[in-house]
Design a protein around this ligand. Structure first.
Ligand code: SF4
Ligand code: SF4
Length: 431
């Protein structure tokens, strides 16, 4: 990883352009040519909706890549270049000015992709654009620091094995169930996000209760416990590969059959969908999201609820798990098992709004004001549910963003993770 702090050079801008051009193969070119300027993507993006500022129109955020394409790769561009009929060369200053649009005003949530009538995958293209920005070393400082932390310590928040062990021991004491760390030959390896370990450690105790009840043989590794992947967020494939490889190496060393992706959105997409491509091979184990596993266990009758939560609650859909991950019905089935008053918000499911913090935005302090603005769309969804008391979300990052946003609004609404809610109402037949 580069640790440069000096201003990027023109050469760096050229490197960004090379990355853009690497990606602008036939299908991307077709994307650019297909746009009919209908504005549907703007109406889908919470950054545009909350500000009404046209610079936050999703397709507009791709301008540098479009410029590079028109200058270097579009049909007849070499001839047009001779006559000055192509866009100017992209400069480092332009990229620096564009950086807030690429990193601060996009959660890579995919809502615009879903809305585009021409099928343009704007979210994925923004991810590819971030690779160009990484090549030019134009990345928000906080994200660079998270990357450095993750590479040096395994955790973007520098949560080290000792801290994990302390949290595990505290949870063991709390729930009265022993949790074996680094267990060779366990069926399941649980990985967690630093946010869960430090902010919501009760999820560890909740999993211990659930797995004991269901008879699941599981472990947590003290060598590879971090699920999040800052490389995916900033657009550094090298970092993303290193972080995935750590989990793969440890899972294969322990000989587990499954790795459980935790309540974290992008961790799931990083390990399950992008990981095999990043490391260039399939795994010796399967990746399963905790929500999938919980759904499977309840469907098989291995988990039953002794009571239902009586509060009026709703589900916030994490984008990478629901819209881009396909787990739409599973969290709903689980909530129907455990809640008396589960109310869907307007636009729930695959069209739900992002919390505003995904894609590295919540870790990027430069974006705080914009994130707070985008949260207004989410807040409106909550306000539209009469008597709402509790928000459930299977993503620790969403949970933090929602809690912060609610606090800003002086809202009494509470937020909880799905595993934790289930554990509270579990029928402990075996314990
Ligand atoms: S991916 Fe989400 S945040 Fe990014 S431009 Fe599209 S709708 Fe907006
Ligand atoms: S929704 Fe698609 S076609 Fe319409 S302006 Fe956006 S990118 Fe272009």
């Amino acid at each position: 990883m580069s640790t440069k702090t000096s201003a990027p050079t023109q050469t760096a801008a050229d490197q960004a352009v090379s990355k853009f051009l690497e990606y602008t193969h036939a299908s991307t070119a077709a994307y650019f040519d297909a746009c009919v300027h209908c504005g549907e993507c703007a109406e889908a993006c919470h950054f545009y909706l909350s500000t009404k500022n046209p610079i936050y129109t999703p397709i507009y955020k791709l301008q540098p890549m479009l410029k590079a394409y028109k200058r270097h790769k579009a049909p007849l561009s070499s001839i047009k270049r001779l006559f000055g009929l192509v866009p100017e060369q992209i400069t480092k200053q332009e990229l620096e000015e564009w950086s807030p649009l690429v990193y601060d005003s996009c959660n890579m949530c995919g809502r615009c992709t879903l809305a585009c009538p021409m099928g343009i995958d704007i979210a994925f293209t923004i991810r590819k654009m971030r690779e160009g920005f990484v090549a030019a070393d134009i990345v928000p400082g906080d994200l660079r620091q998270s990357e450095k932390n993750a590479l040096e310590t395994g955790s973007p928040m520098r949560v080290q094995a000792k801290a994990l062990q302390a949290q595990v021991r505290a949870q063991e004491k709390d729930c009265g169930i022993a949790i074996e760390l680094d267990k060779k030959g366990a069926d399941y390896l649980v990985i967690l996000s630093s946010m869960e370990i430090m902010g919501y450690p009760e999820v560890i105790g909740s999993l211990a209760k659930i797995f004991k009840e269901a008879g699941i043989d599981w472990t947590i590794s003290t060598k590879a416990y971090e699920a999040t992947n800052v490389g995916i967020q900033i657009g550094s494939w090298d970092t993303a590969r290193t972080l995935v490889q750590r989990v793969v190496d440890e899972a294969e060393h322990l000989g587990v059959k499954y790795v459980i992706s935790p309540e974290c959105g992008h961790a799931y997409s990083a390990l399950r969908w992008q990981g095999p491509n990043l490391i260039g091979r399939s795994y010796d184990f399967e990746v399963i999201h905790i929500i999938e596993l919980l759904h499977q266990l309840t469907t098989e009758g291995r988990l039953q609820m002794k009571s239902k939560n009586g509060r009026r609650l709703t589900l916030h859909d994490p984008c990478q798990i629901v819209r881009r991950g396909g787990l739409v019905k599973e969290p709903r089935a689980l909530l129907n098992d455990v809640a008396d008053h589960f109310e869907e918000m307007q636009g729930a499911g695959i069209t739900n709004f992002c919390c505003g913090g995904g894609g590295g935005v919540s870790a990027n302090s430069r974006a705080a004001k914009l994130q707070a603005s985008a949260f207004e769309c989410k807040m409106q969804q909550f306000n539209d549910i009469d008597g709402l008391e509790l928000i459930v979300t299977p993503c620790a990052n969403c949970r933090t963003v929602l809690e912060d946003g609610l606090e800003e609004h002086d809202s009494p609404l509470e937020v909880i993770g799905l595993s934790e809610l289930l554990a509270q109402h579990l029928d402990h037949r075996q314990t």
